[in-house]
Ligand binder design. Structure first.
Ligand SMILES: Cc1cc2nc3c(=O)[nH]c(=O)nc-3n(C[C@H](O)[C@H](O)[C@H](O)COP(=O)(O)O)c2cc1C
Length: 173
């Protein structure tokens, strides 16, 4: 093994678009994770200066939209431009959420309605934790529909072939 010198790892990260605000502001995140099942609790690693952070604190809710192939250009653009300077409300087609104010992206393979729970501040990012109130999935959704990102190389990927089922080892190495 050699020591890896960067703090951005060469692993797949889930690619999500977070939508916040009343005039919807989409922005793109790879620092995404799930931390509880019942109810689902998710977290986004976000810099405080993001317009998204300000909007989530104002309204108390947001949606997390996983990125499908037909959303990639919009997702890339939403991660290049800040809602502080530009109106991004025409970057995607929207559908109203059922429990919160922020809308979901109509074409997302999977979309979560979340309410703000709490945050944990670090040095350059903070984690916003949200409780998921509703989950929407495109009919017939498949793992291959989702786009992942890697850092170093900074590029977008799709999932490859399935190689085994969970538990196939029967606990024997
Ligand atoms: C592929 C990609 C992944 C990103 N991941 C994150 C992330 O995890 N955390 C973060 O704070 N910013 C991330 N960004 C940067 C924000 O999306 C970007 O600064 C965006 O313009 C913020 O928009 P806003 O100011 O309207 O919230 C990412 C950008 C791209 C293109």
């Amino acid at each position: 093994m050699i020591e890896w010198k960067s703090s951005q790892f060469p692993v797949p990260y889930p690619l999500v678009v977070v939508v916040s605000g009343n005039s919807p502001n989409p922005s793109t995140y790879i620092f995404y994770g799930q931390f509880n099942e019942h109810p689902p609790v998710i977290g986004i690693g976000i810099k405080k200066k993001r317009h998204t952070y300000k909007l989530i604190k104002e309204t108390g809710d947001f949606t997390v939209n996983f990125v499908g192939r037909d959303m990639l250009r919009g997702a890339d653009a939403a991660g290049m431009v800040s809602g502080r300077r530009a109106d991004k409300s025409n970057f995607f087609p929207w559908t109203a959420s059922s429990t919160i104010k922020a809308p979901i992206i109509e074409t997302a393979p999977l979309a979560l309605e979340a309410v703000y729970l709490q945050e944990v501040q670090f040095t350059d990012h903070l984690i916003i934790l949200g409780e998921v109130k509703k989950i929407w999935a495109k009919e017939g959704v498949k793992p291959q529909d989702f786009i992942l990102a890697t850092y170093r190389p900074m590029a977008y990927f799709v999932l490859g072939e399935k190689i085994q089922d969970w538990g196939f080892s029967g606990g024997k190495p």
